[in-house]
Design a protein around this ligand. Sequence first.
Ligand SMILES: *Cc1c(COP(=O)(O)O)cnc(C)c1O
Length: 391
Amino acid sequence: MKLCPNFKTLEPSYLFADIAHKVSAYQAAHPDAPVIRLGIGDVTLPLAPTVVDALRKAAAEQGVKETFHGYGDEQGYGFLQSAIVDYYAQRGVTLAQNEVFISDGAKSDLGNILDIFSKDNTVLIPDPVYPVYVDTNRMDGRQILFADANEGNGFLPLPDPAVHADIIYLCSPNNPTGAAYDRAGLQAWVDYALEHHAVILYDAAYECFITDPALPRSIFELEGAKRCAIEFCSFSKMAGFTGTRCGWTAVPEALAGGEPRKMWLRRQTTKFNGVPYIVQRGAEAAFTDQGQREIHEALAYYQKNAAVLADTLTSLGIWYTGGKNSPYLWLKCPNGMESWAFFDFLLEKANLVGTPGAGFGKNGRNFFRLTAFGDQAKTAEAAERLKALLG
Ligand SMILES: *Cc1c(COP(=O)(O)O)cnc(C)c1O
Protein backbone atom coordinates (compact mmCIF):
# COMPACT_ATOMS: atom_id res chain seq x y z
CA MET A 1 0.00 0.00 0.00
CA LYS A 2 0.95 3.64 -0.42
CA LEU A 3 0.14 6.35 2.10
CA CYS A 4 -1.35 9.65 1.00
CA PRO A 5 1.66 11.80 0.05
CA ASN A 6 -0.24 15.06 0.70
CA PHE A 7 0.15 14.67 4.46
CA LYS A 8 3.85 15.46 3.95
CA THR A 9 2.80 18.97 2.84
CA LEU A 10 1.18 19.78 6.23
CA GLU A 11 3.02 22.10 8.56
CA PRO A 12 3.54 20.50 11.95
CA SER A 13 0.89 21.81 14.36
CA TYR A 14 2.85 22.51 17.48
CA LEU A 15 1.12 25.74 18.59
CA PHE A 16 -0.91 24.55 21.57
CA ALA A 17 1.62 21.83 22.47
CA ASP A 18 4.41 24.45 22.52
CA ILE A 19 2.30 26.77 24.69
CA ALA A 20 1.47 23.96 27.14
CA HIS A 21 5.13 22.99 27.29
CA LYS A 22 6.31 26.55 27.98
CA VAL A 23 3.64 27.09 30.66
CA SER A 24 4.37 23.84 32.48
CA ALA A 25 8.13 24.51 32.39
CA TYR A 26 7.49 27.96 33.87
CA GLN A 27 5.20 26.55 36.56
CA ALA A 28 7.71 23.85 37.47
CA ALA A 29 10.30 26.57 38.08
CA HIS A 30 7.79 28.90 39.85
CA PRO A 31 5.28 26.61 41.62
CA ASP A 32 3.50 29.50 43.37
CA ALA A 33 3.10 31.74 40.32
CA PRO A 34 -0.62 32.65 39.95
CA VAL A 35 -0.81 31.94 36.22
CA ILE A 36 -3.98 33.10 34.42
CA ARG A 37 -4.86 31.61 31.04
CA LEU A 38 -6.31 33.93 28.43
CA GLY A 39 -5.48 31.53 25.64
CA ILE A 40 -8.46 29.23 25.98
CA GLY A 41 -10.35 28.68 22.72
CA ASP A 42 -12.98 26.58 24.45
CA VAL A 43 -16.07 27.58 26.40
CA THR A 44 -15.88 27.15 30.19
CA LEU A 45 -19.47 27.66 31.40
CA PRO A 46 -21.71 24.57 31.71
CA LEU A 47 -24.69 23.72 29.49
CA ALA A 48 -27.89 25.70 30.13
CA PRO A 49 -30.31 23.98 32.58
CA THR A 50 -33.02 23.84 29.89
CA VAL A 51 -30.63 21.98 27.58
CA VAL A 52 -29.63 19.54 30.34
CA ASP A 53 -33.32 18.84 31.10
CA ALA A 54 -33.94 18.06 27.43
CA LEU A 55 -30.88 15.77 27.27
CA ARG A 56 -32.09 13.89 30.38
CA LYS A 57 -35.61 13.54 29.07
CA ALA A 58 -34.35 12.26 25.70
CA ALA A 59 -32.00 9.79 27.42
CA ALA A 60 -34.96 8.45 29.39
CA GLU A 61 -36.97 8.07 26.14
CA GLN A 62 -34.18 5.92 24.74
CA GLY A 63 -34.77 3.47 27.61
CA VAL A 64 -38.46 2.89 26.78
CA LYS A 65 -39.59 0.70 23.86
CA GLU A 66 -42.36 3.07 22.74
CA THR A 67 -40.12 6.16 22.56
CA PHE A 68 -36.82 4.52 21.57
CA HIS A 69 -35.04 5.98 18.50
CA GLY A 70 -32.63 4.01 16.32
CA TYR A 71 -31.02 5.49 13.22
CA GLY A 72 -32.36 9.00 12.75
CA ASP A 73 -33.60 10.95 9.74
CA GLU A 74 -30.86 11.43 7.15
CA GLN A 75 -30.34 15.21 7.38
CA GLY A 76 -31.22 15.40 11.08
CA TYR A 77 -34.58 15.39 12.84
CA GLY A 78 -37.25 17.71 11.46
CA PHE A 79 -37.78 19.26 14.90
CA LEU A 80 -34.21 20.58 14.95
CA GLN A 81 -34.08 21.55 11.26
CA SER A 82 -37.27 23.54 11.72
CA ALA A 83 -35.90 25.27 14.85
CA ILE A 84 -32.85 26.29 12.78
CA VAL A 85 -35.03 27.50 9.91
CA ASP A 86 -36.93 29.65 12.47
CA TYR A 87 -33.63 30.99 13.85
CA TYR A 88 -32.69 32.22 10.35
CA ALA A 89 -36.18 33.62 9.81
CA GLN A 90 -35.60 35.98 12.77
CA ARG A 91 -33.06 37.77 10.53
CA GLY A 92 -35.16 37.67 7.42
CA VAL A 93 -33.34 34.68 5.92
CA THR A 94 -35.62 32.07 4.38
CA LEU A 95 -34.24 28.54 4.20
CA ALA A 96 -36.10 25.37 3.33
CA GLN A 97 -35.80 22.48 5.76
CA ASN A 98 -34.03 20.34 3.15
CA GLU A 99 -31.28 22.98 2.83
CA VAL A 100 -30.28 22.44 6.49
CA PHE A 101 -28.06 19.47 7.39
CA ILE A 102 -27.50 18.62 11.07
CA SER A 103 -24.00 17.42 11.95
CA ASP A 104 -21.68 16.73 14.85
CA GLY A 105 -20.09 20.17 14.50
CA ALA A 106 -18.77 22.78 12.11
CA LYS A 107 -15.18 21.53 12.06
CA SER A 108 -16.04 18.14 10.57
CA ASP A 109 -18.36 19.67 7.97
CA LEU A 110 -15.77 22.29 6.99
CA GLY A 111 -13.36 19.46 6.24
CA ASN A 112 -15.88 16.99 4.79
CA ILE A 113 -17.50 19.47 2.38
CA LEU A 114 -14.35 19.24 0.25
CA ASP A 115 -15.50 15.77 -0.88
CA ILE A 116 -17.97 17.47 -3.25
CA PHE A 117 -15.38 19.78 -4.87
CA SER A 118 -12.81 18.86 -7.48
CA LYS A 119 -9.19 18.75 -6.41
CA ASP A 120 -8.21 21.12 -9.21
CA ASN A 121 -10.03 24.11 -7.72
CA THR A 122 -7.94 27.03 -6.52
CA VAL A 123 -8.62 27.90 -2.90
CA LEU A 124 -8.39 31.35 -1.32
CA ILE A 125 -7.84 31.53 2.44
CA PRO A 126 -7.22 34.60 4.59
CA ASP A 127 -3.98 34.76 6.60
CA PRO A 128 -4.08 34.61 9.65
CA VAL A 129 -6.67 31.86 9.86
CA TYR A 130 -8.29 28.96 11.72
CA PRO A 131 -5.85 26.17 10.66
CA VAL A 132 -8.57 23.66 9.60
CA TYR A 133 -9.18 25.34 6.21
CA VAL A 134 -5.53 25.14 5.16
CA ASP A 135 -4.85 21.64 6.46
CA THR A 136 -7.94 19.99 4.95
CA ASN A 137 -7.08 21.43 1.52
CA ARG A 138 -3.43 20.38 1.83
CA MET A 139 -4.61 16.83 2.63
CA ASP A 140 -6.47 16.89 -0.70
CA GLY A 141 -3.56 18.49 -2.55
CA ARG A 142 -5.40 21.63 -3.68
CA GLN A 143 -3.60 24.81 -4.68
CA ILE A 144 -3.96 27.47 -1.96
CA LEU A 145 -3.70 31.23 -2.33
CA PHE A 146 -3.70 33.51 0.70
CA ALA A 147 -5.51 36.81 1.18
CA ASP A 148 -3.49 39.09 3.43
CA ALA A 149 -5.30 40.24 6.54
CA ASN A 150 -3.31 42.95 8.28
CA GLU A 151 -3.40 46.18 10.25
CA GLY A 152 -4.01 48.14 7.03
CA ASN A 153 -7.30 46.39 6.25
CA GLY A 154 -8.31 45.86 9.88
CA PHE A 155 -7.77 42.10 9.38
CA LEU A 156 -10.76 42.08 7.01
CA PRO A 157 -9.30 41.55 3.53
CA LEU A 158 -11.47 42.39 0.52
CA PRO A 159 -11.39 40.54 -2.79
CA ASP A 160 -8.69 41.39 -5.31
CA PRO A 161 -10.35 41.39 -8.74
CA ALA A 162 -7.00 40.41 -10.32
CA VAL A 163 -6.86 37.14 -8.35
CA HIS A 164 -9.02 34.22 -9.43
CA ALA A 165 -10.20 31.68 -6.87
CA ASP A 166 -12.84 28.93 -7.02
CA ILE A 167 -13.32 28.20 -3.30
CA ILE A 168 -13.14 31.01 -0.76
CA TYR A 169 -13.11 30.66 3.01
CA LEU A 170 -14.49 33.42 5.20
CA CYS A 171 -14.92 33.33 8.97
CA SER A 172 -16.80 36.24 10.55
CA PRO A 173 -16.58 37.09 13.41
CA ASN A 174 -13.11 35.72 12.91
CA ASN A 175 -11.02 33.30 14.89
CA PRO A 176 -8.29 34.36 15.70
CA THR A 177 -8.72 38.10 14.96
CA GLY A 178 -12.21 38.80 16.33
CA ALA A 179 -12.82 41.07 13.31
CA ALA A 180 -16.29 40.92 11.74
CA TYR A 181 -17.32 41.96 8.23
CA ASP A 182 -19.92 44.66 7.79
CA ARG A 183 -22.55 44.35 5.07
CA ALA A 184 -20.52 46.21 2.45
CA GLY A 185 -17.44 44.05 3.02
CA LEU A 186 -19.34 40.79 2.87
CA GLN A 187 -21.32 41.98 -0.16
CA ALA A 188 -18.01 42.63 -1.96
CA TRP A 189 -17.07 38.97 -1.44
CA VAL A 190 -20.49 37.74 -2.59
CA ASP A 191 -20.25 39.89 -5.73
CA TYR A 192 -16.73 38.60 -6.41
CA ALA A 193 -17.85 34.98 -5.93
CA LEU A 194 -20.80 35.42 -8.30
CA GLU A 195 -18.56 36.99 -10.94
CA HIS A 196 -15.91 34.25 -10.65
CA HIS A 197 -18.42 31.37 -10.36
CA ALA A 198 -16.74 30.62 -7.04
CA VAL A 199 -18.22 29.27 -3.83
CA ILE A 200 -17.81 30.92 -0.41
CA LEU A 201 -17.49 28.52 2.51
CA TYR A 202 -18.76 30.77 5.30
CA ASP A 203 -17.88 29.86 8.88
CA ALA A 204 -20.46 31.52 11.16
CA ALA A 205 -19.45 29.71 14.37
CA TYR A 206 -19.28 33.02 16.27
CA GLU A 207 -22.39 34.72 14.86
CA CYS A 208 -24.04 34.53 18.31
CA PHE A 209 -21.45 37.03 19.62
CA ILE A 210 -22.61 39.75 17.25
CA THR A 211 -24.47 42.46 19.16
CA ASP A 212 -24.19 45.28 16.60
CA PRO A 213 -27.45 45.12 14.61
CA ALA A 214 -25.69 46.64 11.58
CA LEU A 215 -23.46 43.56 11.16
CA PRO A 216 -24.70 40.51 9.22
CA ARG A 217 -24.98 37.29 11.24
CA SER A 218 -25.51 35.04 8.24
CA ILE A 219 -24.02 35.40 4.76
CA PHE A 220 -27.51 34.68 3.42
CA GLU A 221 -28.55 38.16 4.61
CA LEU A 222 -26.59 39.46 1.61
CA GLU A 223 -28.03 39.87 -1.89
CA GLY A 224 -27.12 36.93 -4.13
CA ALA A 225 -25.42 34.86 -1.40
CA LYS A 226 -27.66 31.83 -1.82
CA ARG A 227 -26.28 31.47 -5.35
CA CYS A 228 -22.65 31.33 -4.17
CA ALA A 229 -22.33 30.33 -0.50
CA ILE A 230 -22.52 27.45 1.94
CA GLU A 231 -22.82 28.37 5.63
CA PHE A 232 -21.41 26.39 8.56
CA CYS A 233 -22.61 27.00 12.08
CA SER A 234 -22.43 25.29 15.42
CA PHE A 235 -23.91 24.98 18.88
CA SER A 236 -20.35 24.87 20.25
CA LYS A 237 -19.79 28.54 21.06
CA MET A 238 -23.48 29.49 21.06
CA ALA A 239 -24.66 26.96 23.62
CA GLY A 240 -21.48 25.45 25.08
CA PHE A 241 -21.70 22.27 22.96
CA THR A 242 -17.95 21.86 22.37
CA GLY A 243 -18.06 18.55 24.27
CA THR A 244 -21.66 17.63 23.38
CA ARG A 245 -21.22 18.04 19.59
CA CYS A 246 -23.84 19.48 17.29
CA GLY A 247 -23.77 21.89 14.36
CA TRP A 248 -25.33 22.45 10.98
CA THR A 249 -24.51 23.27 7.40
CA ALA A 250 -26.86 25.17 5.10
CA VAL A 251 -26.49 24.34 1.40
CA PRO A 252 -28.97 26.41 -0.61
CA GLU A 253 -30.83 24.86 -3.51
CA ALA A 254 -30.02 28.04 -5.49
CA LEU A 255 -26.30 27.21 -5.43
CA ALA A 256 -25.13 25.90 -8.83
CA GLY A 257 -28.54 24.57 -9.86
CA GLY A 258 -29.00 22.52 -6.69
CA GLU A 259 -26.24 20.02 -7.53
CA PRO A 260 -24.04 20.80 -4.45
CA ARG A 261 -27.04 20.27 -2.12
CA LYS A 262 -27.78 16.90 -3.67
CA MET A 263 -24.11 15.90 -3.60
CA TRP A 264 -23.76 16.89 0.06
CA LEU A 265 -26.83 14.79 0.91
CA ARG A 266 -25.28 11.87 -0.95
CA ARG A 267 -21.93 12.40 0.75
CA GLN A 268 -23.46 12.59 4.23
CA THR A 269 -25.75 9.59 3.77
CA THR A 270 -22.77 7.58 2.54
CA LYS A 271 -20.15 8.55 5.13
CA PHE A 272 -22.12 9.87 8.15
CA ASN A 273 -24.96 8.37 10.15
CA GLY A 274 -26.26 11.34 12.02
CA VAL A 275 -26.11 13.06 15.40
CA PRO A 276 -27.52 11.23 18.44
CA TYR A 277 -31.25 11.77 19.05
CA ILE A 278 -30.41 12.83 22.61
CA VAL A 279 -28.01 15.55 21.42
CA GLN A 280 -30.46 16.87 18.81
CA ARG A 281 -33.12 17.21 21.54
CA GLY A 282 -30.62 19.16 23.65
CA ALA A 283 -29.82 21.43 20.69
CA GLU A 284 -33.53 21.97 20.03
CA ALA A 285 -33.98 23.12 23.65
CA ALA A 286 -31.30 25.78 23.10
CA PHE A 287 -33.75 27.52 20.72
CA THR A 288 -36.70 27.63 23.13
CA ASP A 289 -37.45 31.00 24.78
CA GLN A 290 -36.14 29.78 28.13
CA GLY A 291 -33.12 28.15 26.45
CA GLN A 292 -32.33 31.40 24.63
CA ARG A 293 -32.57 33.40 27.87
CA GLU A 294 -30.13 31.06 29.62
CA ILE A 295 -27.74 30.96 26.67
CA HIS A 296 -27.72 34.74 26.45
CA GLU A 297 -26.73 34.92 30.12
CA ALA A 298 -23.67 32.77 29.37
CA LEU A 299 -22.84 34.81 26.26
CA ALA A 300 -23.19 38.02 28.30
CA TYR A 301 -20.69 36.62 30.82
CA TYR A 302 -18.09 36.14 28.06
CA GLN A 303 -19.01 39.47 26.46
CA LYS A 304 -18.29 41.22 29.76
CA ASN A 305 -14.83 39.64 29.81
CA ALA A 306 -14.27 40.78 26.24
CA ALA A 307 -15.30 44.34 27.16
CA VAL A 308 -12.97 44.41 30.19
CA LEU A 309 -10.03 43.32 28.02
CA ALA A 310 -11.00 45.71 25.21
CA ASP A 311 -11.23 48.69 27.61
CA THR A 312 -7.82 47.76 29.01
CA LEU A 313 -6.17 47.66 25.59
CA THR A 314 -7.86 50.94 24.62
CA SER A 315 -6.63 52.64 27.80
CA LEU A 316 -3.11 51.36 27.10
CA GLY A 317 -3.22 52.72 23.55
CA ILE A 318 -2.62 49.26 22.10
CA TRP A 319 -3.98 48.59 18.59
CA TYR A 320 -6.41 45.64 18.43
CA THR A 321 -9.33 44.10 16.60
CA GLY A 322 -12.25 42.16 18.12
CA GLY A 323 -13.46 42.43 21.69
CA LYS A 324 -16.81 43.61 20.35
CA ASN A 325 -19.07 41.14 18.54
CA SER A 326 -16.50 38.43 19.30
CA PRO A 327 -14.94 36.49 22.20
CA TYR A 328 -11.47 37.16 20.75
CA LEU A 329 -9.10 40.12 20.98
CA TRP A 330 -6.23 40.37 18.55
CA LEU A 331 -3.64 42.89 19.65
CA LYS A 332 -0.50 44.32 18.14
CA CYS A 333 2.46 43.34 20.29
CA PRO A 334 3.97 46.46 21.89
CA ASN A 335 7.34 47.86 20.72
CA GLY A 336 7.39 45.77 17.54
CA MET A 337 7.85 42.59 19.55
CA GLU A 338 7.34 39.25 17.81
CA SER A 339 4.45 37.20 19.13
CA TRP A 340 6.50 34.42 20.76
CA ALA A 341 8.74 37.00 22.48
CA PHE A 342 5.60 38.75 23.76
CA PHE A 343 4.27 35.38 24.95
CA ASP A 344 7.43 34.82 27.05
CA PHE A 345 7.37 38.42 28.29
CA LEU A 346 3.71 38.19 29.44
CA LEU A 347 4.22 34.80 31.08
CA GLU A 348 7.35 35.87 32.97
CA LYS A 349 6.41 39.43 33.91
CA ALA A 350 2.66 39.09 34.53
CA ASN A 351 2.01 35.32 34.69
CA LEU A 352 -0.46 35.66 31.82
CA VAL A 353 -0.91 33.14 29.01
CA GLY A 354 -2.24 34.04 25.57
CA THR A 355 -1.78 32.70 22.06
CA PRO A 356 1.02 33.94 19.76
CA GLY A 357 -0.36 35.17 16.44
CA ALA A 358 2.47 33.45 14.55
CA GLY A 359 0.60 30.19 15.14
CA PHE A 360 -2.21 31.33 12.79
CA GLY A 361 -0.16 32.42 9.78
CA LYS A 362 2.67 34.71 8.71
CA ASN A 363 0.56 37.85 9.17
CA GLY A 364 0.14 36.99 12.84
CA ARG A 365 3.87 37.32 13.54
CA ASN A 366 3.53 40.57 15.52
CA PHE A 367 0.06 39.94 16.94
CA PHE A 368 -1.36 38.11 19.91
CA ARG A 369 -4.75 36.53 20.68
CA LEU A 370 -6.55 36.88 24.01
CA THR A 371 -9.87 35.15 24.66
CA ALA A 372 -12.89 36.04 26.76
CA PHE A 373 -13.80 32.44 27.63
CA GLY A 374 -12.13 32.56 31.07
CA ASP A 375 -13.38 33.16 34.58
CA GLN A 376 -14.68 36.70 35.17
CA ALA A 377 -12.66 37.45 38.33
CA LYS A 378 -9.49 36.07 36.76
CA THR A 379 -10.04 38.06 33.58
CA ALA A 380 -10.45 41.25 35.65
CA GLU A 381 -7.22 40.39 37.52
CA ALA A 382 -5.48 39.78 34.19
CA ALA A 383 -6.62 43.21 33.01
CA GLU A 384 -5.04 44.83 36.09
CA ARG A 385 -1.78 42.99 35.46
CA LEU A 386 -1.74 44.14 31.82
CA LYS A 387 -2.23 47.76 32.97
CA ALA A 388 0.57 47.44 35.53
CA LEU A 389 2.97 45.84 33.04
CA LEU A 390 2.27 47.87 29.90
CA GLY A 391 0.97 51.18 31.32
C1 LIG B 1 -14.85 26.68 17.51
C2 LIG B 1 -14.89 26.90 16.04
C3 LIG B 1 -15.78 26.17 15.23
C4 LIG B 1 -16.76 25.19 15.83
O1 LIG B 1 -16.32 23.90 15.70
P1 LIG B 1 -17.21 22.69 16.22
O2 LIG B 1 -16.64 21.52 15.45
O3 LIG B 1 -18.62 22.97 15.85
O4 LIG B 1 -17.00 22.56 17.69
C5 LIG B 1 -15.79 26.42 13.86
N1 LIG B 1 -15.00 27.35 13.33
C6 LIG B 1 -14.15 28.09 14.06
C7 LIG B 1 -13.34 29.16 13.43
C8 LIG B 1 -14.07 27.87 15.44
O5 LIG B 1 -13.20 28.60 16.18
